[in-house]
Design a protein around this ligand. Structure first.
Ligand code: SF4
Ligand code: SF4
Ligand code: SF4
Ligand code: SF4
Length: 584
């Protein structure tokens, strides 16, 4: 009764949790394109896509991915044998235990006529699968806490996963061992199934079970004479053997039973088998009910993601399905840390303690962003720093064993943050590499928005920028502005400029326009000059400053060794600082 009720409750919570989590794949938004697509459009696009995939040549790709990536986990094997072995042990052992043992009434009984959990091969296999899971969990603990794999961060979800697996497995093994030694269990079986009443026969059978099955009897203790054991064996063969293999086959439980046998009577009197049964069942039910909300959900999400990734193609597949796939990938992450281990900027984490620099951690923060949850300015700033420190080197995407396209995720998060009004001035240029890449993905009317907003913000504070088509008034030299530039070793090189215009001549942005001054305002050499004169508003307000691609051509060619690009960087930083100070 307890088992049925708890199973139904756990199944209901699990089912609702699964529906909720899958619904987030259609509701959450993590790309600019997805802002245009409603949840129902995404849902129906997925429904349409399933038969189209199943009845096309893509079914072969699905099949191959299922065998190689989902079942055999080849992607993990390519990375690290120990991790692969750990995964196969936990994943394989758990699934087999679930099917053969936990769902025995529905699976094993249906497949095998003569199924009893206490006969072979089931008894041996149950312990074998259990030991595989324990071995896998032990390797996970070893990697995290002893081997200390670099940048493998352990969070609450990882600890929960290890604890729940350990409780389920250890309670199961100790339950098995306490049942082996428990005299009351033995007696109950004799009363229910043996049909024996002769005291001599009962004594012989008990002696045989004490010797061969590890039962701890309050009445009998070995050694026993051969005649009694022979009679006991005979009675066992006729009454018990059909349902009971030798306990040694359950090698894990039997080993534990040998350890606890000196206190076997106390274990039985304290009714430990019942207590352990409740603990085991409850832990299984908690694990099942909480699965959709825990890290273990990746077992489901990463399998689906691996299959979907194989058949979805950027530029060809329905954008609604691509948007759904990206959100699904957030759940598919196993928090294995491979991406952080290989990330080309993760060494920065040793200097800047922002966890979002590590791709494996950034992905968790991005999940909160995608959910629409209101993040604090600090949290947003940390995510922003994480995605902008990324060098787009693509390594994380190549090594991710779940096939998550992390590169696309970082691009999308940058654009989402830009559009939300958290501009990163280094990438505002409409000609910049990153924005150019995202051009196709961005709603065209929104493309210029961040740049316009940034310019307007600066213009609000710079009087000179508001003067249009009139003679520019002479502005006083801003000494604070000049001193600010002089604080940086790179920026103060502007003072060496002698106005040769080489920087402007080689600049690809300048070369892009017929009449560059009309579009860009001051050109690079003029910005250097304005800076030298302390004309802050002119320097800040020039479009050239914000359109600079940071290609470093000017800096490479300058005969005076002026660090032109770095001066422009510094000017941008000063402009933002200046606007912020004014606003406060
Ligand atoms: S693309 Fe970015 S996050 Fe990924 S490995 Fe390279 S630097 Fe790290
Ligand atoms: S993104 Fe991929 S590589 Fe990185 S932690 Fe998640 S599953 Fe591992
Ligand atoms: S190339 Fe160098 S010296 Fe010539 S104008 Fe530009 S910054 Fe000045
Ligand atoms: S780095 Fe220099 S050359 Fe390159 S776009 Fe900027 S100003 Fe022009």
């Amino acid at each position: 009764m307890f088992l049925s009720i708890s199973l139904y409750i756990a199944l209901i919570i699990f089912g609702l949790g699964l529906i909720y989590k899958i619904s987030t794949w259609f509701r959450y938004k993590i790309s600019i394109k997805s802002l245009e697509i409603s949840s129902s459009q995404r849902f129906f696009a997925a429904i349409r896509g399933i038969p189209l995939t199943l009845f096309s040549a893509k079914i072969l790709t699905l099949f191959r991915n299922f065998i190689l990536d989902v079942l055999l986990q080849f992607r993990i094997l390519k990375e690290d044998f120990l991790r692969w072995f750990m995964h196969i042990c936990i994943y394989g052992g758990f699934v087999l235990l679930l099917l053969m043992h936990a769902l025995d009434q529905y699976v094993t009984v249906a497949l095998f006529d003569k199924y009893y959990s206490t006969i072979n091969p089931f008894m041996f296999l149950r312990d074998l699968f259990g030991i595989l899971v324990i071995l896998g969990a032990a390797i996970a603990i070893y990697r995290r806490f002893i081997l200390k794999v670099p940048r493998l961060i352990t969070n609450g979800m990882d600890i929960y996963a290890i604890v729940i697996v350990a409780v389920i497995m250890l309670s199961g093994i100790f339950l098995e061992s306490t049942k082996m030694v428990a005299y009351s269990d033995y007696q109950r079986m004799v009363n229910e199934y043996s049909g024996l009443s002769d005291p001599q026969e009962l004594k012989a059978l008990e002696a045989y079970w004490v010797k061969e099955f590890g039962t701890v009897s309050p009445n009998l203790r070995g050694p026993f004479d051969e005649e009694t054991l022979a009679q006991g064996r005979e009675l066992h063969e006729s009454s018990c053997a059909e349902c009971h293999a030798k306990p040694q086959w359950a090698f894990a439980g039997y080993g534990a039973a040998k350890v606890i046998s000196p206190v076997g009577l106390g274990v039985d009197r304290a009714r430990l088998p019942s207590l352990l049964w409740y603990i085991h069942v409850l832990a299984c039910m908690v694990g099942l009910a909480y699965l959709p909300f825990s890290k273990m959900f990746h077992v489901f999400a990463s399998s689906v993601s691996l299959l979907v990734n194989g058949v979805i193609e950027r530029g060809k597949s329905d954008p609604a399905n691509i948007a759904t796939k990206q959100v699904m990938e957030l759940d598919a992450c196993t928090h294995c840390g491979t991406c952080s281990l290989r990330c080309s900027v993760s060494v920065v984490f040793e200097e800047i303690p922002n966890i979002n620099i590590l791709p494996s951690e950034k992905i968790a923060s991005i999940k909160a962003l995608a959910s629409g949850k209101k993040l604090s300015p600090r949290e947003l700033r940390d995510i922003q720093e994480g995605v902008y420190l990324c060098t787009n080197c693509y390594r994380c995407t190549v090594v991710c064993p779940v096939g998550i396209n992390l590169q696309d995720l970082w691009f999308n998060v940058r654009e989402i943050l830009l559009q939300k009004g958290y501009p990163e001035f280094l990438v505002l240029s409409p000609l910049s590499f990153y924005r150019g890449l995202m051009r196709e993905e961005t709603i065209q009317s929104d493309y210029q928005k961040p740049l316009i907003r940034a310019r307007e913000t600066i213009a609000d504070q710079c009087d000179l920028m508001r003067v249009k088509e009139k003679a520019l008034p002479l502005t006083p030299r801003d000494r604070k502005f000049q001193t600010g530039l002089n604080l940086s070793a790179q920026a103060k090189t502007f003072s060496a400029c002698f106005g040769c215009q080489t920087c402007t001549t080689v600049c690809p942005v300048v070369g892009n326009y017929e009449n560059p001054q009309e579009v860009l305002g001051l050109l690079p050499h003029q910005i250097m000059h304005a800076t030298g004169l302390g004309l802050r508003d002119l320097a800040f307000g020039s479009n050239m400053l914000w359109d600079c691609l940071t290609c470093y051509q000017c800096q490479e060619q300058c005969p005076q060794g002026v660090w032109v690009t770095d001066v422009l960087y510094e000017l941008k930083n000063l402009a933002i600082k200046y606007v912020r100070e004014k606003r406060l």
